[in-house]
Design a protein around this ligand. Structure first.
Ligand SMILES: [Zn+2]
Length: 562
């Protein structure tokens, strides 16, 4: 399947910048450390999810070196040791949990993933990241920052999620459906896998509908551990696949491929999310309805997928390509109302824009302001951007281009949606995994404001309180008590609260700071399964999987019980 790679490009640039700029006392001989290529290693952490701060729950970390035999020593960072970077050494000598000496698989058993409860946010779950460091046979050091990830969950949820066992490797909590895919029917392998769920492989949904009723508008599939693709050992990234569409005049044809998925017609689209990641869910689920509207007017970008807004347009929202301002800022244009614009940083959570809310069926056309497309913008002041010229398109122009107003109208359209959250892996789930994924699923339906420094925003918030997403499964299980935010839902964002705050002149941690201006980059193929993907396949932006180093305070004694 094709992947819109703008975020990936950003991520790799950031990672390269971080890598090149860094060196450590333990390698003082080297001026700087070369990068250990991502394609030369993959990791598996088993189990992939543990309770935060539970010293009784340990994991085994394996790093498989691929395509080379010159790695002499290997470490993983952020493991709470007293070593620099809190590194711990992994072994390929048949000790410390390593199975076989000299097989190029470095292992460390009995590892306690460092976690303090105060690090768990209000969602009840978070991720740990560790990074690879190696010493080669010639004595030189290499490192990379692509990261390996494990899930951590607040132990206060230890008894919250009862599990219903359907048999045949299928089970569910109140908020997530779990598949033990030991025959590799859903994903062809773990963790090095080609993911085709929803393009050439429909098993995840067929298994869901084999035991649960056909009352889901969306389904989300996520692996129970971090998985990487065979071609370059990079992590598989989020995407959306269209299943059916019955909405007229939004640029999409009327389609119904739901039978392939095991649905009689209700299922509208499916989303794939990376392990432990829900960050761009609002973006992905919005692909159910496009973006395809206004294509003949130039509202869409020139990325091959063609389902993201033109980066020179100012409709903002969730589906826009980003403008890379020559000074280094990255973001969406927002109209100031006086023939000038400001740039909304790509690090800012944006609710759905008025045009998107119209496309999704939440607001009538009268509430959609005109859209401008800038020509030759001058962004020397990102709070007062001017354009050599610009085009203006009213919602009437857009409706005329699409043959009329949306049917059904905002008055008659669906506002409340059900989603099935599906987890798949090839081994049984532990109780912490049941809680971790259930909380992630519950996160999708909360009515909370977006959390600070978290690029995930609940669907309800993104719709300005106009739409709801229900991830509660129709299983005969008591509703868990004490879920985050249950008692005090916060008021929804209003549409008038579009982000228009002034942007810092030099936003911190802006990835584009050293980046040359770039258009959305070439689309890549994720494998042969995509060749048969339906034409309506909509394309994901790669999530904000920017994985900079996570520095932790030095902690000793938290790892390696032996
Ligand atoms: Zn996208």
């Amino acid at each position: 399947m094709m992947i819109h790679s703008i975020w990936k490009r950003l991520a790799s640039i950031v990672l390269i910048v971080l890598t090149v700029g860094q060196f450590y006392p333990w390698e003082t001989a080297a001026a700087q450390t070369a990068e250990f290529p991502q394609k030369n290693a993959w990791a598996r952490i088993t189990p992939a999810v543990v309770w935060c701060g539970d010293s009784g729950q340990t994991v085994t970390i394996e790093v498989h070196i691929v395509g080379r035999h010159d790695v002499a020593k290997l470490w993983v960072t952020d493991l709470g040791t007293s070593d620099i970077e809190a590194r711990a050494e992994l072994f390929d000598d048949g000790t410390h949990g390593d199975t076989l000496s000299g097989d190029n698989i470095f292992s460390l058993g009995d590892v306690i993933i460092p976690c303090n409860l105060h690090q768990i946010n209000q969602s009840g779950w978070r991720n740990w990241w560790g990074f690879l460091r190696v010493q080669l046979a010639d004595g030189s050091f290499q490192e990379n920052n692509y990261g390996m990830v494990a899930g951590l969950v607040d132990p206060k949820y230890k008894d919250s999620f009862s599990v219903h066992d359907f048999g045949n490797g299928l089970s569910a909590t109140a908020y997530a459906f779990f598949i033990v895919d030991d025959k590799h029917e859903v994903i062809d392998n773990y963790p090095v896998a080609s993911v085709y769920c929803g393009t050439s492989n429909y098993q995840a949904y067929r298994k869901l509908f084999s035991v649960l009723p056909d009352n889901f508008d969306f389904a989300l599939v996520t692996p129970g551990l971090q998985i990487v693709r065979p071609s370059d050992l990079a992590e598989n990234v989020p995407y959306n696949v269209s299943v059916s569409n019955a909405v007229q005049h939004i640029g999409l044809s009327i389609t119904n491929n739901s039978a392939k998925f095991g649905s009689a017609g209700r299922l509208k689209s499916v989303v794939y999310e990376s392990f432990g990641d829900i960050q761009i869910f609002d973006h992905e689920v919005a692909h159910t309805w496009g973006a395809a509207i206004g294509k003949t007017l130039g509202l869409l970008g020139n990325d091959p997928a063609g389902h993201h807004w033109n980066m020179l347009a100012d409709m903002q929202g969730q589906l826009g390509s980003y403008y890379f301002e020559p000074g280094g800022a990255v973001g969406h244009f927002a109209y100031n109302g006086d023939e000038s614009w400001h740039l909304v940083s790509n690090f800012e959570n944006e609710p759905y824009s008025p045009l998107e809310l119209y496309m999704l069926g939440f607001i009538p056309p009268e509430e959609v302001p005109p859209v401008h497309i800038l020509q030759s913008p001058n962004s020397s002041d990102i709070n007062h951007i001017t354009a050599a010229a610009y085009q203006t398109f009213s919602i009437e122009d857009i409706m005329n281009a699409e043959g009329g107003a949306r049917i059904p109208s905002a008055a008659d359209s669906q506002k409340d949606f059900n989603l099935a959250y599906i987890v798949t892996q090839d081994i049984p789930y532990n109780d912490s995994a049941y809680a971790y994924f259930s909380l992630a699923s519950y996160n999708l339906m909360t009515r909370e404001q977006p959390q600070k420094n978290n690029m995930y925003a609940p669907f309800y918030w993104a719709t300005g309180g106009r739409g709801t997403l229900d991830t509660r499964l129709p299983v005969d299980l008591a509703d868990p008590a004490g879920l985050p935010g249950m008692a005090t839902p916060t008021p929804p964002a209003t549409q008038t609260a579009m982000p228009t705050a002034a942007i810092p002149a030099t936003p911190t941690s802006m990835p584009g700071e050293t980046v040359a201006p770039a258009a959305p980059t070439k689309t890549t193929s994720n494998g042969p399964g995509c060749a048969t993907a339906p034409a309506a396949l909509t394309i994901a932006a790669v999530g904000l999987t920017l994985h900079p180093r996570r520095r932790k305070p030095r902690q000793s004694g938290l790892v390696q019980k032996k």
